[in-house]
Design a protein. Structure first.
Length: 572
């Protein structure tokens, strides 16, 4: 970490941020007139799952580069594998990109839009002697490919006559053969140091129904073939992808250079986003969903954008985080605490403060009139002087947190205990006088007296009261459910080699409090709206909520370990 990067406040510095290497490349290309002085990027998700926070970084980069340099950005679905794709994934991707604040306008495309053109170019490669129909099965292809230290062996069908390959390819397209019987392979170099260049597959037989093309096609292009040529068809100038595709770049260039395309895209790689205490692999996320480890793709414990939205993350916090981590050439792992820090910063500025008791214990003020109700004005947000106030009813019987009472309180206990005086926020000072138990000996009620002169929580005679508690009027309380989410994994690096994903699961990553008591204001909070529960953290209204049951998901707690670390790193 550079000293200039240590403080999040540095993002608001009047000094311009240094440009990342992709911005420098784009500016250099523009200065040299490359691609006719155009900037055209694309975000190309495969519709085989939901987008996650790693995709958010790519979305911000691709749409951001186009925005900042007067260009365009396409949304293209690389839908080349009908076995794993679903229209529901397509719709979720559209929804997530819009939620982040980006618009592809009329430029939504699909690789399946180009199936006819891609097939024509495959035929072109065969005619040029640069592709052939192969009869090796999947296992044999791996064996013939060789290793990183040994060259591969040519397929026995590598020199199949062109007309024979063309005939077989057309019959493959017509659905004449079973799956696995033939493949179409590029004829490149079986001794290439880059194993991606050892006669890669171009087409394979799939008797599957595609969600857009139906059963018209019996063969489907491989990703490496379709992706780069789709870029060329759309006039993409800068194909930005993550580092795992670095070895694919040589193959990307080979297909573009050996097919009669009219536009020349260029691939550049950047470091993907890796976060502690989570997984970014779609395959692993899919496993968690399909095995019922989580409730679905939008489970708030997942790093999917749908899950994060349901948990209460804001697009503004994600944008600030993406800006903060920047764009690098080498992979690294980012602390989840940094993302949570930016989330707290955003919610702190916007979330209304409310009182909610998660583990209720009855408190009765014995010297307060039974039929009396007072209304206090509670600050909506002390960080925003224009946020105003809302009404907070107060009565003789209240709910307080069970954890705020200790019968055998230690010396420095500043909350409720027999004989102890505390401040009820916005209301009065109260002193615990009596403890009521049930037949099991469990504490079920506290009986207290209040000081009428301390209205508004102000000391009438200058005495100091260190403890301040939140509370809810029992007569006016709204029943609600709080879902307390924490990290799904106990390990900081659950994707590390040799680790079983399921062995890293935290069995306590979700705690449900079904009988919470909330102040009346929470009955009017809309789905997706965020609030701060005093002393408990930030919560958002879950889509499961209804008039009978209000459901709140904890977004993040109030403790900010990253901010404390940043403060320690400050000079002096």
């Amino acid at each position: 970490m550079n000293s200039s990067d240590r403080s999040p406040e540095g993002l608001n510095s009047p000094e311009p941020k240094p440009k990342n290497f992709i911005q420098e490349m784009v500016e250099r290309d523009l200065a040299e007139g490359r691609s006719g002085g155009r900037v055209h990027t694309r975000f190309p998700p495969e519709p085989n799952g939901y987008l996650h926070i790693g995709h958010a970084k790519s979305i911000h980069l691709n749409f951001g580069i186009a925005r900042d340099y007067g260009g365009k950005c396409n949304l293209r679905f690389d839908d080349t594998n009908p076995l794993n794709e679903d229209p529901a994934f397509v719709e979720s991707i559209r929804r997530d990109i819009r939620w982040l604040g980006f618009d592809w306008e009329d430029r939504e495309f699909h690789a399946s839009d180009y199936y006819d053109q891609l097939y024509e170019w495959a035929v072109h490669l065969v005619r040029e002697g640069k592709a052939y129909v192969c009869e090796l099965d999947e296992k044999e292809i791996r064996e013939y490919r060789g290793t990183v230290t040994e060259a591969g062996r040519p397929s026995p069908w590598r020199d199949r006559p062109v007309e024979e390959s063309l005939d077989l390819l057309e019959r493959m397209r017509q659905g004449e053969f079973e799956e696995g019987r033939y493949t179409l392979r590029a004829k490149i170099d079986m001794a290439a140091a880059n194993m991606k260049m050892r006669d890669p597959l171009i087409y394979r037989i799939r008797h599957a129904v595609h969600h857009r093309t139906g059963d018209r096609w019996k063969i489907y292009p491989m990703y490496d073939f379709a992706h780069c040529l789709s870029d060329a068809i759309e006039g993409i100038t800068h194909s930005l992808c993550t580092l795992e595709f670095k070895d694919n770049r040589e193959l990307y260039d080979w297909f573009v250079e050996n097919c009669p395309v009219s536009s020349r895209p260029y691939q550049t790689e950047f470091a993907r986003l890796n976060l502690t205490h989570t997984v970014m692999s779609k395959r692993k996320l899919k496993r968690l969903v399909e095995e019922g480890i989580v409730e679905g793709w939008d489970d708030p414990r997942l790093p999917t954008l749908s899950g994060m939205r349901r948990r209460g993350y804001t697009p503004e916090a994600i944008a600030t985080f993406c800006d903060r981590i920047g764009v690098a050439r080498t992979d690294s792992v980012i602390e989840l605490a940094l993302l949570e820090h930016h989330l707290r910063e955003d919610l702190n500025a916007r979330a209304l403060r409310v009182m909610t008791v998660l583990d209720p214990l009855k408190l009765v003020i014995t010297n307060y009139p039974e039929d009396r109700t007072e209304v206090f004005q509670a600050l909506n947000n002390p960080e925003d002087p224009d946020a105003g106030t809302h009404e907070l009813p107060f009565s003789r019987e209240l709910w307080v947190e069970r954890g705020d009472f200790r019968e055998d309180a230690p010396r420095k206990w500043f909350r409720l205990a027999p004989g102890k005086e505390v401040r009820l926020k916005f209301a009065y000072f109260v002193t615990c006088e009596e403890v009521i138990r049930n037949e099991k000996g469990e504490v079920i009620e506290l009986r207290c007296t209040y000081d009428p002169q301390s209205r508004g929580g102000q000391s009438p005679d200058g005495r100091k009261v260190k403890g301040t508690l939140h509370w809810v009027s029992a007569r006016h309380a709204v029943e609600c459910e709080a879902r307390l989410y924490s990290n799904l994994f106990t390990e900081a690096h659950p994707e590390a080699e040799g680790k079983d994903l399921l062995e890293c699961l935290d069995p306590h990553s979700l705690e449900i409090r079904p009988h919470c008591k909330a102040e009346p204001y929470l009955a009017s909070v809309a789905v997706g709206e965020s609030v701060q529960f005093f002393r408990h953290g930030y919560f958002v209204v879950d889509p499961d909520t209804n008039e009978e049951r209000r459901v709140f998901n904890r977004t993040v707690g109030l403790r900010d370990s990253w901010a404390k670390l940043e403060k320690k790193l400050q000079p002096g």
